[in-house]
Design a protein around this ligand. Structure first.
Ligand code: FMN
Length: 157
């Protein structure tokens, strides 16, 4: 199974994290990494596993790099039944809207029929945990799902 990693960023952190996740998953599957601003929603393929890395900006909004992608999804309303994805969010708990960008992204995909699997990671910029360290740990768990080593897909949360 191929793994498509899509990142939505404002200042580049999500891109770095997408690359870190790709390095871990690539030990188990073919990976490709794209910015959401360079990815056509018509290319979403349920036979691929998707990993979404998305930050939060403004007042709990999607980052600029993700806005066009989700506008296109809203406009086109593709049927995403059968498409599985895992979500890695980036945010900061100093905001009341902690990680709302990744929540918005997940909700939009699920509303179109996609299924979230694994834990919805929510990195907190105010924590002592570095985003790369959380991403490596999280990606190891997701790799088990992707490669079928997990007993079954863990329902999203
Ligand atoms: N994080 C949140 O959880 N909620 C927010 O509403 C939010 N707004 C932000 C607004 C600004 C102007 C800045 C600088 C950061 C904000 N953040 C917020 C934190 C970012 O999501 C966090 O720093 C993230 O790691 C940035 O990732 P990126 O570089 O990929 O965009």
């Amino acid at each position: 199974m191929a793994v498509v990693i899509l990142y939505g960023t404002e200042t580049g952190t999500a891109e770095e994290i997408a690359d870190t996740i790709s390095d871990v998953i690539a030990r188990h599957a073919d990976t490709s990494v794209y910015g959401m601003d360079e990815y056509d929603v018509a290319d979403l393929d349920p036979s691929d596993f998707h990993i979404i890395v998305c930050s939060t900006y403004g007042d709990g909004e999607l980052p600029t790099g993700a806005v066009g992608f989700f506008d296109d999804l809203d406009a086109d309303q593709p049927d995403l039944a059968g498409l599985r994805f895992a979500m890695f969010g980036l945010g900061d708990s100093i905001y009341d809207t902690f990680n709302h960008g990744s929540d918005i992204a997940a909700d939009k995909l699920i509303a179109l029929g996609a299924e979230r699997v694994g834990e919805h990671a929510r990195h907190d910029g105010s924590s002592k945990v570095r985003p790369r360290d959380l991403a490596k740990e999280w990606a190891t768990d997701i790799a088990a799902v992707v490669s079928g080593r997990a007993l079954e897909s863990v329902s999203g949360n």
